[in-house]
Ligand binder design. Structure first.
Ligand SMILES: [Zn+2]
Length: 233
């Protein structure tokens, strides 16, 4: 996995004010490093790939990092603590995994957020990651998916409930017709949300869809998930 990043002089100067931090533990690191020396051995040898079943065929989703320990906290900082700048180093690591997905892409998009949730949180972390990944890959990007009904929080639901919760919750714009789409989200667990978004993209005429997330989380039943969430905070 990529552990160094190229930096412009402007970015190096910026690091004097906002030091670069390890994506695995948050410790300050040299500006060009993505991970500290202690976290490099914890990185997976290969990205995680999983197949999400669709009504017809399946969706391949790749993710470079495990959603555990310090990596989990990094994703929380991006998602809940407005550390938007993390999207850029995460995108570097994600772009490398995108290179291992089958096929060439023509468009990058992301899992959208409902208007209600967007008003509450103020930003969509998946959009930040999607735009940064598109920039890294030199591909066009845009919000082509729309959440057409409210859904429950996925990680507090059981496996089959998650699929029911997001089924038909998304719609894609006709402009995806003929595109080979890279669909970005922050975390993949059962893949129900990614699957529902991919289904919407295919229904709108996309000719190929693959998924890319920053981290992969193991599935835990809702009661364990609630305990785990509480212990983190
Ligand atoms: Zn570290």
């Amino acid at each position: 996995m990529k552990i160094l990043r190229p930096l412009t002089w402007k970015e190096r100067l910026l690091c004097l004010v906002f030091p670069a931090r390890c994506l695995g533990c948050g410790r300050a690191v040299l500006p060009q490093r993505l991970f500290c020396e202690d976290c490099v051995p914890k990185l997976p040898k290969e990205p995680f790939f999983q197949q999400i079943p669709l009504e017809e065929g399946s969706l391949t989703v790749g993710a470079p990092l495990p959603y555990q320990e310090g990596f989990r906290q990094t994703l929380h900082r991006l998602k809940f603590q407005e550390e938007w700048g993390l999207s850029k180093p995460l995108a570097l690591v994600m772009a490398e995994t995108a290179g291992a997905l089958p096929g060439e892409f023509t468009l990058v998009t992301w899992v959208p957020m409902s208007d209600k949730k967007l008003r509450m949180r103020g930003y969509n972390q998946s959009a930040l990651l999607g735009r940064a990944v598109a920039k890294e890959l030199g591909l066009p990007c845009g919000e082509v998916l729309e959440q057409v009904r409210e859904t429950e929080t996925q990680h507090l639901l059981g496996r089959s409930q998650r699929a029911d919760n997001v089924r038909g919750a998304y719609q894609a714009k006709p402009r995806v017709g003929g595109e080979r789409v890279l669909l970005v989200d922050d975390i993949v667990t059962t893949g129900a949300t990614m699957g529902s978004c991919a289904q919407a993209l295919y229904q709108a005429g996309a000719c190929w869809v693959a998924g890319l997330c920053a981290a992969r989380s193991p599935y835990r039943p809702p009661e364990q998930e609630a305990e785990h969430t509480e212990s983190f905070w």
